[in-house]
Design a protein around this ligand. Structure first.
Ligand code: IMP
Ligand code: MG
Length: 180
């Protein structure tokens, strides 16, 4: 198979820009959660790269866990949600930092925040690498946002199209002919 980066039409956010911004987010998290009992919860699978880079820059004692949530269908529209992995750690009275790759309509984060709030943590804060404000349908508080982007479908650095392109080092827009 050919190099997946050859399918990219335009690089939107370079590896270097991602690295710099992730460092800034980590510093903010570090000062906001210093002294707290922090549990970082990543959403599978798109947060893999972001989460790995982010937590390594956060010099605080923290716990790490995952929630699996996926939408039926593998295209560009998210539809019905299904939980594929439940949280394992106890978050009662703890500070939860919920991390996702991208905040689009807000449907995913709304469902996960509701679920987490039911576990009576001290607080739930959200951190997303990307946000597409133009497509928001639910009013979700995003406490930490890496980059605000326009209404375009992006892949790379964990983000997929039909489960591919997650391993690209940058975030980009696919060549239009690849969307079937
Ligand atoms: P929401 O539930 O509509 O906010 O969608 C959030 C989820 O949709 C993300 O966690 C992604 O898995 C997926 N998603 C939304 N926009 C994009 C995109 O541009 N590229 C890749 N995945 C996306
Ligand atoms: Mg996702």
């Amino acid at each position: 198979m050919s190099d997946p980066s050859a399918d990219i039409d335009k690089v939107l956010i370079s590896e270097e820009e991602i690295r710099r911004r992730v460092g800034e987010l980590a510093s903010q998290v570090e000062s906001d959660f210093a002294g707290r009992d922090l549990v970082v919860v990543g959403l599978l699978t798109g947060t893999l790269m972001f989460l790995a880079d982010l937590v390594r820059e956060i010099d605080l004692p923290l716990r790490l866990d995952f929630i699996g949530v996926s939408s039926y269908g593998d295209g560009t529209e998210s539809c019905k949600l299904m939980f594929t992995k439940e949280l394992k750690l106890d978050v009662v009275n703890r500070d939860v930092l919920l991390v996702d790759d991208i905040l689009d309509t807000g449907k995913t984060l709304r469902a996960v925040i509701n679920k987490l709030e039911g576990m009576t943590p001290r607080q739930v804060r959200t951190c997303v690498l990307l946000s597409k404000k133009a497509r928001r349908e639910y009013d979700i508080p995003a406490d930490y946002i890496g980059f605000e982007i326009s209404d375009e479908f992006v892949v790379g650095y964990g983000l997929d199209y039909a489960e591919k392109y997650r391993n690209l080092r940058h975030i980009g827009i696919l060549k239009p002919e690849l969307y079937s």
